[in-house]
Design a protein around this ligand. Structure first.
Ligand SMILES: Nc1ncnc2c1ncn2[C@@H]1O[C@H](COP(=O)(O)OP(=O)(O)OP(=O)(O)O)[C@@H](O)[C@H]1O
Length: 612
């Protein structure tokens, strides 16, 4: 206390002294402190701007691809992982959590098993990612340079990454972006990325999916081959198009019945060509001419653009001449109606109102769509796929060559497709690679079958006939119904240990598996080629040509996933029951339509009575 007094004393002087002098001293003291503060802050500002003038800074917005490349690259840097302030996210679309990658800064609940063939849990393992909080600066050493990295947010809500480096030119930043891109692409090689359009006119990374093998798509011979070679040829022909002044774009229209494989084929082609898919749903409420034009201008030069359900976009405006005028007319008319309508028409008024709201929001016009597809702003090099179930509802202008160059019709499944689908569904032992001991595991039946269970014994015998040429001599013993002399069966062990009963019993045989339980087995043992051919034919014989979609057949086969015999023999019965179901639904729909018609006509009568 005394020390403090002695420090202040010279400034205050004698307490009993002149108070004006004391006040002067205080003013001088305050002024000195403020001047010192200002000098130091401007010195700090000058020195930091001097230091900053040596930094090159690059900004990467979440709306653009380099942001994702760099976030993936950063998520692998130890400096990034060492950050002491974290945000956590489980959002699979957020940067650093691409759904297909694992890194040190992410973790899953180890207690939940990974879903695989033998180990399926109802709960999925959710990956939690740690990422450094935004607005903190991280220093990362890269190729002899110190990078200052900072995550931030733009005024439009998108994240932004700022990377600064002290360097003479920006070559280190270029190298960094290229390396990040390379690493990103190496990760993505077995997957395709799917982007969806958002209402801001940007593409949002949404999902990454395993490539779908072309062989899993069952189409009449030649269609897949034609599409793959046509798209490949297009991608190679940029110069050819440029030399002839033709816009370097190609469009494919896939039309036909639902569930016939249109989307699946596009998915498989994207995998084959290693292209990402950019999906726009034209029936989105927010879509309008300018957003669509912006979106089409923002697709990369090599990609697949997918316009899904093309017909759905124009349920309100089918023809080019009428579309925008009609919308205005509808608006005016509905305004008027709103005023004159009576309370008795509340429901129709609500319906009218929601219709108005819809047309207010989605203002996409056909001319806007055409412009977006091939206007000056449209990107070159893209492959456009459009799908529709109602070709007849499309304006011819939309489908003319240049916009949709190749048309492919998708029909219900032919007998040929039914047979191919069956063959795809159930494995053939001959098609498998040579087996070793460990490969035999999934081929064992789930548990000892009862001699009475004819279905199970036939399954097992097929499986073991198929295997007889395979490897171990011990297998020959397996074609007879297994007994307690096989307690070492790994599959049986795992099943009994899961059920928790008799896991270590050696003295007593386990009871036979009941037929309905065995029927729920997860997968079918491989069939011999001859047996498979027989069953596939039996199945295809029962399926009428072009009456059911491939998706419907797939649904039926899925119900019999582990029972190829039942799938084949039960197909005829399934066809009958499906027909009955359809007839019943049709009847119900007709009754409903009639009722609706009656209601409309009675309302019309009410209204005309009221008016007269
Ligand atoms: N030709 C086919 N080959 C293989 N699988 C098919 C085929 N057609 C349909 N499927 C299966 O049926 C399901 C639906 O197929 P998909 O979505 O590709 O049909 P779609 O024609 O695009 O239907 P929609 O017109 O209703 O969008 C998928 O699970 C797919 O695996």
């Amino acid at each position: 206390m005394d020390a403090l007094k002695s420090l202040v004393q010279p400034f205050l002087g004698n307490v009993a002294g002149n108070s004006a002098v004391d006040a002067m001293k205080l003013v001088v003291l305050g002024g000195t402190v403020e001047t010192a503060r200002r000098v130091s802050s401007s010195a700090w500002y000058v020195s930091s701007s001097f230091v900053n003038s040596f930094f090159l800074t690059a900004l990467f917005s979440e709306e653009d691809y380099p942001y994702e490349w760099l976030m993936l690259w950063l998520s692998r840097r130890p400096e990034w992982q060492r950050s002491r302030e974290f945000e956590t996210t489980t959002n699979s679309t957020s940067a650093g959590n691409f759904g297909y990658r694992e890194s040190d800064n992410s973790f899953v609940d180890e207690l939940l098993p990974e879903a695989d063939e033998d180990n399926v849990s109802g709960k999925t393992r959710m990956r939690v990612v740690f990422q450094p909080t935004s607005e903190t600066t991280h220093t990362i050493f890269y190729r002899g340079h110190w990078l200052r990295v900072r995550r931030g947010r733009k005024s439009n809500g998108y994240e932004m990454l700022s990377i600064s480096v002290v360097a003479r030119n920006n070559s280190v930043l270029k190298q960094l972006v290229l390396q990040a891109k390379k690493e990103y692409e190496a990760e993505a090689v077995h997957r395709i990325q799917i982007y969806f359009a958002d209402s801001y006119g940007s593409w949002r990374y949404t999902d990454s999916r395993h490539k779908r093998p072309m062989s899993s798509i069952v189409l009449n011979p030649g269609v897949k081959e034609m599409l793959v070679s046509d798209t490949k040829d297009f991608l190679k022909s940029e110069k050819w198009y440029a030399d002839r002044g033709i816009p370097f774009r190609r469009g494919y229209l896939l039309y036909g019945v639902p569930g016939s494989g249109k989307s699946s084929l596009i998915h498989a082609i994207a995998g084959e060509l290693m292209l990402d898919i950019y999906v726009v749903s034209l029936s989105s409420s927010w879509i309008n001419d300018s957003t669509l034009t912006t979106l089409m201008g923002r697709v990369p030069s090599r990609c697949i653009v997918l316009l899904e359900d093309l017909d759905a976009a124009f349920t309100r405006s089918v023809s080019r001449a009428k579309d925008s005028k009609d919308k205005k007319k509808t608006d005016n008319k509905s305004d008027g109606e709103e005023e004159t309508s009576t309370p008795t028409h509340g429901r129709s008024r609500r319906a009218q109102k929601s219709k108005e709201q819809l047309s207010d929001v989605n203002t996409l016009t056909l001319s806007g769509l055409l412009n977006a597809l091939d206007g000056v702003a449209a990107a070159e090099g893209r492959i456009l796929f459009a799908t529709t179930n109602h070709l007849e509802q499309l304006d011819p202008a939309l489908c003319r060559p240049g916009r949709m160059d190749v048309w492919i019709e998708f029909k219900n499944a032919s007998k040929w497709q039914a047979e191919a689908l069956f063959r795809n569904f159930f494995p053939s032992a001959e098609a498998e690679m040579p087996l070793d001991d460990t490969d035999l595991e999934p081929l064992e039946i789930p548990s000892p079958p009862s001699p009475a269970s004819s279905q199970l014994s036939s399954l097992s015998s097929d499986a073991f006939f198929g295997l007889s040429s395979a490897s171990t001599p011990s297998l020959s013993g397996l074609s007879s119904p297994p007994t307690a002399s096989r307690p070492s069966s790994r599959r049986s062990e795992s099943i009994s240990s899961r059920s928790g009963a008799g896991a270590k019993n050696e003295a007593y045989l386990p009871p036979a598996v009941e037929e309905h339980v065995a029927a729920c087995a997860h997968s079918a043992p491989p069939l011999s080629a001859a047996r498979l051919a027989l069953l596939a034919k039996e199945f295809a014989d029962s399926i009428p040509d072009e009456e059911f979609s491939v998706a419907a057949l797939q649904g039926y086969l899925l119900k019999n996933k582990s029972r190829p015999e039942t799938a084949a023999s039960g197909a005829a019965g399934w066809v009958i029951s499906e027909r009955e179901l359809r007839a019943k639904l049709k009847k119900e729909r007709e009754v409903k339509d009639k009722e609706a018609e009656k209601e409309v006509s009675s309302r019309f009568n009410d209204l005309s009575c009221w008016l007269t």
